[in-house]
Structures are given as structure tokens and as C-alpha cells.
Design a protein around this ligand. Structure first.
Ligand code: PLP
Length: 389
């Protein structure tokens, strides 16, 4: 039997992840300078680990929780949504998920019918594109405006709407560009969604990592968006909890039971030990979040400074959020980003991610991550400087 016969179209249609491919290739290179991973390098703060350990000792973690998550955790999340996102939520509107990713996947599954179109401003996090494909939806990639810092092109989004358009899916602060969509732009986007009766699905994974006076805005805080927004959040980035696999989403109480129907076959519930860790994260001191943010800002400044010393090789838009940036390659001599990236890895021992992994408009770029120690940034740029002369 051929592999096509053995597998579903929705899975064979998905291209291999360039991020995982680069990770695999990077492991083959000794002493590589690693700028390709979008994951916090700091450990999970001690008080969060302690919260999980205490729950284990009390014998609280061996059974499933409610599919929607521990009530006490959802209550804390409601408080956080009110305080930090200005979203007037209640516990019936919150679903605890296996990271933001499972929440986004469940939301897309619940909203998108086969053949429905989902607009994604690009370049964007490639997993979002795959989630639409898995739901047998059609991703419609609408380029952002690079010269203006990869801002939303509202006119182009309007133009891309057809009778099959069901949703808009974006992340802000952005992976891979580090752009923070402004409140004004998101209000314009909300107006488009309301006018065309669309659902806006958001990935707010980097909500706390914004710099230079740019602030994160949650589209769900617009009262009219109550029945038009599904907002996905995570503990992964905010509290350096990548491996705990815990996040949550917010939607109105009519949609939550439908999204929960998609959540159960994939997860039943989020890992219970991780839900206790998440509770400790929300109830404990938030100083760690400020510490991470300060580190990312300093690392961002250093990366930009080093890029300023290589203006014949890269041109870049300064990122105002997340811990990622997306320089354009100026010296690729006709090479595509994947070939350039592999050459950089092999010959300069610097690991980055090819821009094409983030949609066709990402071609000609590299994604570089600054959630690494400053030494790693200097090592990578010293090598690139030597390599490009
Ligand atoms: C934009 C974005 N969303 C979601 C995730 C993953 O989130 P989680 O670990 O909560 O599933 C990542 C990880 O890199 C990301 O960059």
C-alpha cells in the first residue's frame, strides 16, 4: 500500500516543518551558535515547581480534572483576563488546554468546516497554517506590510474576504517578526470581522513581552467582539513553562462547549500536575515575568546592534515584542532562504530558521531568536561577521 493510500489527505498535504528540520541538522554540527529556537532558555521559576511538587505530595494529580480544567485555576484565569487583558470573562468562558497550541487546534476544528477559508496575515507561525489544513480548511495568506514593521494590511484583508471566509487567525506579538499589532489596527480588524460576521482566533502567547512603550491589546476586550473572538493564551512563554504543556482559551459561553467537543478527543484535559503549576504561577510573584522581559529587551538591543554592523548582509525591522526577529537577507545571491540557512549552519556554524517556514512572504528572510544568553548572540554574530567578511 502506498503512503498516500495509508494516510489522510489532510496530513499528507502538510509540508515538513522547516523548524524541526533545522533543529535536526543543527544537532549534527559541533558547538553550534543556536538562534533558531523560539523557546525560553531559562528554567521554570522555583515557586512554580514547588506548587507542582506540593500537589503531587498531596496526591492531587493522579486523576483527570474536569475537561475544562480545575475550577480554582479557571477562577484565577478569569481574574488575570480582567486585570491584564481587560476581558470581562467568567469561568464558563474559559477552557484550560494543552498549551496554546492545542487550544488553537481545538478552536480551528470547532470553527472551520472543510473548504472554509481562514485569513492569516503573513509571515506567521507556521503551525497556524497547518492547523487550518488539518481542519480541511483553506489558509488564505495575506502579506503584512514589511516596510512599516510588518503591520496588518487591513485593505488587503478586506479584499481577501470571499463568501467562504470563516475566520481570521493571527498572533500578536508576532512569531516570527516581533511585531505588536496596535490597538488601533486591531480595532480596524475587529470592524472588518463584525461587518462580515467572521470569528477572530488569536494567539497571544507573547502577550507580556513587549518593549519601547508598545503594549499588547486583546481584541476580545472590545465588547462587540464577545461572540466573534476566541483568544488563546499560554503559560509556556510567560513563565518559561515550555514542557509543562498548559495554556487556556477564552470564548463566549455558547462556543466554549463546542470547542470542548474538539478538545476532548485530543486531550481529555490538560495535564493535572501542570494545572497546579499554572495555579502557582498565577498566584505567586510576577517578578519573574518582568525579569524575562528585561532580559529579552537587552538581548533584542544587542541583536539589533550586531545587525547594524552587518548592513550589507541583512536589513531588519526592529521588533517591539516576542523574542524573535525576521531580518531580510541582502547577500543571498539568488539562494532561497532554506539553502542560505543550511549554508550558514554548515559553513559558519550558526543555526537560524529559514523565512519560508512562515509562509511564502517569508522567503528571503531568516528568523533569529533572541531568547538566548547574550554570549550566544555574540558568538553567532562574530561567526557571521567572519563568514561574510
Ligand atoms: C506564536 C506561538 N504560539 C504558540 C506557541 C506554542 O505555545 P504552547 O507551548 O503554549 O503550545 C509558540 C511556540 O513557539 C509560538 O511561538
Amino acid at each position: 500500500m502506498t503512503i498516500q493510500r495509508r494516510t489522510s489527505r489532510r496530513v499528507t498535504d502538510i509540508s515538513k516543518s522547516a523548524i524541526h528540520e533545522m533543529t535536526r541538522l543543527s544537532k549534527e554540527v559541533e558547538d553550534v551558535a543556536f538562534l533558531s529556537w523560539a523557546k525560553p532558555t531559562s528554567g521554570t521559576p522555583g515557586h512554580i515547581n514547588e506548587g507542582a511538587i506540593a500537589a503531587i505530595r498531596k496526591g492531587l494529580v493522579g486523576a483527570y480534572s474536569e475537561t475544562s480544567g480545575l475550577p480554582v485555576l479557571r477562577e484565577e484565569i478569569v481574574r488575570k483576563l480582567k486585570r491584564d487583558n481587560h476581558v470581562d470573562a467568567n469561568v464558563a468562558q474559559v477552557l484550560v488546554t494543552v498549551g496554546a497550541i492545542e487550544g488553537l487546534a481545538a478552536a480551528v476544528m470547532a470553527v472551520v468546516d472543510p473548504g472554509d477559508e481562514v485569513i492569516l496575515p503573513t509571515p506567521t507561525y507556521s503551525t497556524h497554517i497547518r492547523q487550518v489544513v488539518i481542519a480541511s480548511g483553506k489558509p488564505v495568506l495575506v502579506p503584512t506590510i514589511e516596510e512599516e514593521g510588518f503591520l496588518l494590511d487591513i485593505a488587503a484583508i478586506r479584499k481577501a474576504i470571499t463568501p467562504r471566509t470563516k475566520a481570521i487567525l493571527y498572533c500578536s506579538p508576532s512569531n516570527p517578526t516581533g511585531t505588536v499589532f496596535s490597538e488601533q489596527q486591531l480595532r480596524e480588524l475587529a470592524a472588518v470581522a463584525l461587518e462580515h460576521d467572521l470569528t477572530v482566533i488569536t494567539d497571544e502567547a507573547y502577550e507580556y513581552f513587549t518593549f519601547d512603550g508598545h503594549t499588547h491589546f486583546s481584541i476580545a476586550s472590545i465588547p462587540k467582539m464577545r461572540k466573534h473572538a476566541v483568544s488563546c493564551y499560554t503559560f509556556t512563554k510567560t513563565y518559561a513553562m515550555t514542557g509543562w504543556r498548559v495554556g487556556y482559551l477564552h470564548a463566549d459561553e455558547e462556543l466554549i462547549p463546542q470547542i470542548t467537543k474538539a478538545h476532548i478527543p485530543f486531550a481529555i484535559c490538560a495535564p493535572v500536575v501542570s494545572q497546579y503549576a499554572a495555579l502557582a504561577a498565577l498566584q505567586g510573584s510576577q517578578d519573574c515575568v518582568a525579569t524575562f522581559r528585561d532580559h529579552y529587551r537587552t538581548a533584542r538591543d544587542l541583536m539589533c546592534e550586531r545587525l547594524d554592523g552587518m548592513t550589507s548582509v541583512f536589513a531588519y525591522q526592529r521588533p517591539h515584542g516576542s523574542y524573535l526577529m525576521f531580518p531580510r537577507i541582502l547577500s543571498n545571491a539568488g539562494e532561497d532562504s532554506a539553502t542560505f540557512c543550511k549554508r550558514l549552519l554548515k559553513e559558519a556554524r550558526v543555526s537560524t530558521t529559514p523565512g519560508v517556514a512562515f509562509g511564502p512572504t517569508g522567503e528571503g528572510h531568516l528568523r533569529m531568536s533572541f531568547c538566548v544568553p547574550e554570549d550566544e548572540i555574540n558568538k553567532a554574530f562574530d561567526r557571521m561577521k567572519a563568514f561574510f567578511g
